[in-house]
Design a protein around this ligand. Structure first.
Ligand code: ATP
Ligand code: MG
Length: 424
């Protein structure tokens, strides 16, 4: 049973506040909705074009637009003759070097099939076999849209003993890259996402991982790698070993979009989701709401979009039908969101952690605090503070600022928590 489309009231086909990344192969979230980031986009593309293989990192806070930027760069690279796919290689906490080589191989295979669906020959078949093994074992990301159509060996069963990938993977990857170059590709561009998943679990192991596959995989001719992560994750993983740092270009750090660009982002979505082409879209919120949320979320677009979607759908549910809706103002939106997010945090974190957030909010929702400050505020011991913060950051209730030299880490409340704590 389809839910009634509340957004119809605004002459919209569906929610303009979706939080998915934009993709070159998507009709629902197309890259034509991309705004801004011109310099970063050009810089990343230039580095790809500048040599036979490249390694770059994109760093920035959660939700600021890292993944989407790389999607745009891959589309630029595709237009410039590189092979790539809209698939994103996810990084998980328990990734081993064998897995990582497998992921790179699977990503390269997807890129080859996306640009050359008829690809065949020994290099492609060897890659196909290994990739199928990886995916049967549960590794690799979502099975590519192109499927396993290549090469004509699709019924062959393969079993590979553990460790085989480490032995064969780099060679198979190299041969696949050679194949792509021979077929006229300028190179293959791969996108490794969310480095922080790895570094939060074990920073040292995370840093060792890239080093361990550097020569066999990262430096292969024709491979262009973009890794994405929070600022600290990029620093930990990419910049702590000289051998890794020396083969990466300087990380591209993302600042929040300008307020004007956030308005453009939403207007582009309103235009593309318009239901009746002859009628205008009614903006669901007042312009000042966007600016206020953008500031509250400190550039976290995912948080901002989710707040708009949550708040407006709740308010629409309340108003029922009737005449055309008025753009929603800040006071109404804050009211519904503070109720809703408070319940969500309580549910997710439990009473004790919620009370700690409340104590923080009573001090000042904007306060930037160190662990020492919080020992005093919460009147608990340092190890408990540290553990609490880990939980809060992990669940997205608090955020940690990028480390500065030897200074103690600084923490602050995220937009969703500030909303939950706001009262009128
Ligand atoms: N430059 C942009 N133009 C248009 N939309 C964007 C842009 N950047 C981000 N968005 C939108 O903002 C949302 C969040 O972006 P994205 O997922 O890329 O952030 P992220 O930094 O990768 O987040 P996370 O830290 O959660 O991985 C998505 O819905 C995306 O479509
Ligand atoms: Mg992302």
């Amino acid at each position: 049973m389809a839910l009634p489309n509340l957004w119809r009231l605004y002459n919209l086909r569906s929610s303009p506040f979706f939080q998915a990344t934009l993709r070159q192969d998507s009709e629902v979230t197309p890259l034509s909705l991309f705004v801004g980031r011109r310099n970063e986009r050009q810089q990343l593309l230039n580095a790809i074009g500048g040599s036979r293989s490249s390694r770059q990192a994109v760093a920035g806070r959660p939700g600021i637009g890292k993944t989407t930027l790389v999607q745009a760069v891959k589309a630029d690279a595709l237009a410039a003759g590189y092979w790539t796919s809209a698939e994103i290689i996810p990084i998980t906490a328990d990734l081993t070097s064998e897995d990582l080589i497998g992921q790179l191989l699977a990503g390269a295979f997807d890129a080859v099939l996306a640009s050359c669906p008829q690809a065949s020959g020994s290099a492609v078949e060897a890659a196909q076999q290994l990739v199928r093994t990886i995916r049967l074992r549960g590794g690799g990301f979502t099975v590519s849209a192109a499927g396993f159509g290549a090469g004509g060996t699709s019924t062959q069963a393969v079993s590979s003993p553990p460790g085989a990938l480490l032995l064969d993977g780099p060679r198979v990857l190299r041969d696949l890259l050679v194949f792509a170059l021979e077929q006229g590709a300028s190179g293959v561009v791969l996108h490794l996402n969310n480095l922080e998943n790895l570094s939060e679990a074990d920073a040292t192991r995370a840093a060792d991982l890239l080093r361990s596959i550097r020569d066999q995989a990262l430096l292969l001719d024709g491979l262009h790698l973009i890794v994405v992560g929070t600022t600290d994750a990029v620093r930990t993983v990419v910049q702590s070993h000289t051998q890794v740092r020396s083969v990466f270009s300087d990380p591209v750090g993302l600042d929040p979009l300008a307020p004007k660009e956030v308005h453009q982002l939403l207007e582009a979505r309103y235009r593309s989701l318009r239901l009746e082409p002859d009628l205008p879209v009614q903006a669901p919120v007042q312009g000042e709401v966007i600016d206020a949320l953008h500031e509250l979320f400190r550039g976290d677009l995912r948080g901002l979009l989710k707040a708009l979607e949550d708040g407006i759908s709740a308010l629409l549910g309340l108003t029922g039908d009737g005449e055309g809706p008025q753009p929603i103002g800040l006071a109404d939106l804050t009211l519904v969101l503070s109720r809703r997010y408070k319940l969500e945090w309580l549910d997710q974190l439990g009473t004790t952690l919620w009370q700690r957030l409340e104590a923080w909010g009573e001090r000042d929702v904007q306060a930037v605090l160190t662990q020492a400050d919080l020992v005093k505020l919460w009147e608990i011991k340092q190890p408990s503070v540290s553990q609490t913060l880990q939980q809060l950051v992990h669940s997205g209730a608090a955020d940690v600022l990028p480390r500065r030299g030897g200074e103690p880490l600084q923490y602050l409340l995220t937009g969703a928590t500030r909303l939950a704590l706001s009262r009128r």
